[in-house]
Design a protein around this ligand. Structure first.
Ligand code: GNR
Ligand code: NI
Length: 168
């Protein structure tokens, strides 16, 4: 089932999500609904608070090709290590439509999480996957990519969003 994606300034996006107690059938259904919603919106990641659910649940698929889908499911993800080096890449967010800006992130991160079967896993990611993971984990703490910008850049981006919304 496709879910509705919340956009700023919805206050739910600013709340902290709670850990999942058990990966039960309800959580699996949410993971699948989030994946469907993300694909339909042409996103590469989606966090549960973006669909109004304050649980620590994330889906990611950075594979662009339709015939080579590589969905990743993360429940209660935590960064347990990261590189010293940082990189700078352009980011967007389905909750901040059509706005992009450069954000500094760690080059590589190691995360611990529960998979779709409820099994504890660890994974090290770099490149764009590492960026997507950090972007999604931020959502679970009510943090958006615009929070990493200078106040001036954030203000300009929000102004652009307002203008775009008024144009319809
Ligand atoms: O679709 C998305 N693209 C994207 C591009 C660069 C860095 C992060 C992302 S995640 C975003 C989808 C989204 O808003 N996830 O929370
Ligand atoms: Ni986002």
């Amino acid at each position: 089932m496709k879910l509705d994606i919340l956009t700023i300034p919805n206050p739910i996006l600013r709340q902290k999500s709670l850990p999942v107690k058990q990966v039960d059938s309800g959580v699996v259904r949410l993971l699948d609904d989030m994946l469907e919603t993300m694909y339909q919106a042409n996103g590469v990641g989606l966090a549960a608070p973006q669909v109004g659910i304050l649980s620590r649940i994330v889906v990611i698929d950075i594979q662009a090709r339709e015939d080579e889908k590589q969905p990743l499911f993360f429940v209660n993800p935590e960064i347990i290590a990261h590189s010293e080096e940082q990189c700078d890449g352009s980011e967007g967010c389905l909750s901040i439509p059509n706005q992009f800006a450069h954000v500094k992130r760690f080059n590589s991160v190691t995360i611990r999480f529960l998979d779709r079967q409820g099994k504890s896993q660890e994974m090290t990611a770099d490149g764009f996957l590492a960026v997507a993971i950090q972007h999604e984990l931020d959502h679970l703490d009510g943090v958006l990519f615009i929070d990493h910008l200078s106040p001036l850049k954030r203000k300009m981006l929000l102004k652009r969003l307002e203008k775009q919304r008024k144009r319809g």
